[in-house]
Design a protein around this ligand. Sequence first.
Ligand code: PLP
Length: 391
Amino acid sequence: MGSQKLIYLDNAATTGVSDEVLEAMLPYLREQWGNPSSIYRPGRRAKAAVEHARGQLAVALGCEPEQILFTSCGTESDNWALVTSMELAAAETDARRGLVTSRIEHHAVLNTCSYLEEHGFAVTYVPVDGEGFVDGEAFDEAVDERTALVSVMLANNEVGTIEPVRQLAARAHERGALFHTDAVQAFAHVPVDVRALDVDFLSISGHKFHAPKGVGALYCKDPGRFAPLLHGGGQERGLRGGTENVAGIVGIGAAAETAARDLRENIARMSALRDHAIDRLLGELPDTRLNGPRDGQSRLPGNVNIEFTGIDSAGLIELLDVQGICVSGGSACSNNDAEVSHVLTALGRAPEEAASAIRISLGDNTTPEELDLAIDTIVADVHRLRSFSLM
Ligand code: PLP
């Protein structure tokens, strides 16, 4: 990333391709560039590579390879699960036109919900508590015999809250609804087993765990009862036409295998770094507040989201950028349009409070030294910005 030594603390926005993943991909960009649909050897090799990657993801998620559908990103996986499930339900009966979701989903889910509302479906947005956990009572009230699908994220991208998806899925199933979870931030960062969770759909995205951008996947419990997203040449067993992104698929398979191998160690190391960062920031700066759960078990190992009263996070982020430190405010997407974070608002924060929060997201390659240097800088910058506002 250029010549300046960066301290990159925005791993929830994206991650770099790791050496191991790149090594696995390179042959499929250089020599093995066959089309998986071709029946001669180079084609068969490419096809075998795609199927190997499908197997790697299946092992990592605890499912059968046939239940993995490759996509281009997490957004596509979310769109496919939501739109197609609702269309299929509507085709079956007029009685189930409801979708229940939470107020703190990513825009990949929320904007798909708006689209569905425009097309005659009824969406209920369940509130969350002050730490970002879905309100159980409101959830139980919202999910009923008219609900076709429930979509609640496994972990929130801004505040790191890990939702009780297993329990929510069980409650949705009791009422005859299907369950989708957006695991884009959770997969490869906390244990994710689709059988234990008992979900019907689960979305992941490669670039959040050292695979390249442009590849994701959707777990589908019953692909025989699902419907195509892209009509074309019969790829992905007729569910998503289009010549496969072979190198990207090889990359996401390798990245999933590596992440599963290193998961326990990374969780322990990153959680310790996260807690150290939280303790330092809250301890060294007055008028600060942690957003998201205090209990480390319920929070993504790499997530720190802190509000600095009186500070405009956009100004702090710019200042840190000049100093070679990358963090974000709210989610990556909302940075473009200076919109107040819908997640922090749902947690009960006032607009000016939400606008004073930054998200630090650690990576498995974040070192204690660079994190301490970043915290030293943030502490000094917050003092500086606060002293300016007093003048
Ligand atoms: N869902 C969540 C929770 C995310 O954090 C993101 C990306 O930040 C997405 C979905 C979208 O993923 P992608 O960038 O692969 O489309």
